[in-house]
Structures are given as C-alpha cells and as structure tokens.
Design a protein around this ligand. Sequence first.
Ligand code: ADP
Ligand code: MG
Length: 250
Amino acid sequence: MELTKINEKSMINVNCLVKDFGNHRVINGINATVSPGEVVVLIGASGSGKSTFLRCLNGLEALTSGEILIDSVPLERNSKSLKEIRRQVGMVFQQFNLFPHLTVLENIIEAPIHVLNRPKSKAIKDAQELLSKVGLFDKQNCYPGTLSGGQGQRVAIARALAMQPKIMLFDEPTSALDPELVGEVLSVMKQLAEDGMTMVVVTHEMGFAKEVADRVIFIDEGRIVEEGSPTQIFGNPQETRTQTFLGRLS
Ligand code: ADP
Ligand code: MG
C-alpha cells in the first residue's frame, strides 16, 4: 500500500494503520487526517473497530503496522513519546472512572500536579475555571458518588481538559447515561468544539453529528467505507453499507 502524502498542517495523520488482535484484523488499512480545530464523528456498527482506532490514536494500543503522527510528531512505542502523546491527546470514555475517594476538584488537579508539576494553587485555579466551563463549579468539593452520570461525565471532560490537550477523543461518552442526562454532556462537547478543540468523537447521537461534526466517517470491518460532511453522509450516502447502517438506526 502506498503511504498517503503527509499533510504538514494536520493535527492527526494516520497512514495505512493496521491493528491485529492475534489473527483477527481489527483495523484494516486506515488512512485519515484531521485538521486543527476539526470535529470528526466516527460511526459504525458495534465491533467495527471504532474504539480500537481511538485507542491507537492516543497510544493505548501498539500498532501492528502503519504510522500515526500527532501534530507532525510520530507516535512511537517508547515511554517518553507515549507520555507526551497521552498528555496531548485527552480521552473520555463511556465509563468515566473518576477516583471515588477524591473530591471533584482533587480528581481534576491530580494529573496537572503529578504529571505536569503545576503548583497546587495554579492547578486549583485552572480546575475551578474548567469546572465553571462545564457548569459544575458548585460541585468542586463533592465526591463522585454523589453526582449524576451527566455530572460525572462533565467532570471527566474537565479532568481531561486540565492536561491542556491538543486533541480530545470521545468514545461513546453518552452511551451509559440516562436519556435525560445526554443533552448536558453533548452541550459541553459542542461548546468545546466551538472553542476550536480538535475532536474525534465516536457516538450514536446522530443529532450531535449533524449539528457539530465537520466530517463524518463511517467505519465497517476496520476500514473507512465512506466519509463526508454530515449533509452528505446522512442525506445522501453513496455506499450500500452506509445506507444499510443508517437505515437500521432510523
Ligand atoms: P467498536 O468500538 O467499533 O465496537 P472495537 O474496536 O471495540 O469495536 O472492537 C473491534 C473488534 O476487536 C471486536 O471484534 C473486538 O472483539 C476486538 N477487540 C477489541 N479489543 C480487543 C482486545 N484487547 N483483544 C482482542 N480482541 C479485541
Ligand atoms: Mg467501542
């Protein structure tokens, strides 16, 4: 396979990415670029490789072959590179895994203090600003167990943002939430997009994709089947597999 030409301006460059688990090829030759400030939504059936793709992007999975560049820097399997990538690429999961024995504020300042060596006073000030941004300033001294799922996920977003990432990855951030709590998380994500964050979002929230995505990528069996603007993909999908997938949702 030919390597795609590397676009110097891209925030994320993925060239011929292949990821196997044993003899199961889960990512089968993905090429993709994401521009600074772009919001890309990944859609696809369960098991199509979306989570694995995101996990490759922040160095949580070793690549079988291919190459990933983050802000033009190749992602390599040495600890220095991985540490740097994990700082630059924030990730929010379905299960937000806040530390239950730490308050909301303590959850957020933990990594800035211990990984970025920020003075505690500065970390607290920054964390409070982030909590205001996600609408949870008044919850700073609460424990995660007392929060709703939507509030917990907003804290998880603030915690990821506290590392001042260049890119934010979201893996089905609202899938575990009660329906009435989905909107508050999506609205924080929308605000982040409007503030210019580069984002790759796996979601089944097609309303969010239509409203916020610059580009929608449909993945099936570890390959990009089709990509385009939300209008193109939702309004006029070209590939049979995309049509079938979207048909199943409606
Ligand atoms: P999606 O997020 O689109 O549902 P995943 O990336 O989670 O898909 O999974 C894609 C495929 O890879 C699935 O068949 C899944 O079982 C497999 N897979 C994912 N992670 C692992 C792993 N750590 N070990 C073995 N197989 C895995
Ligand atoms: Mg997944």
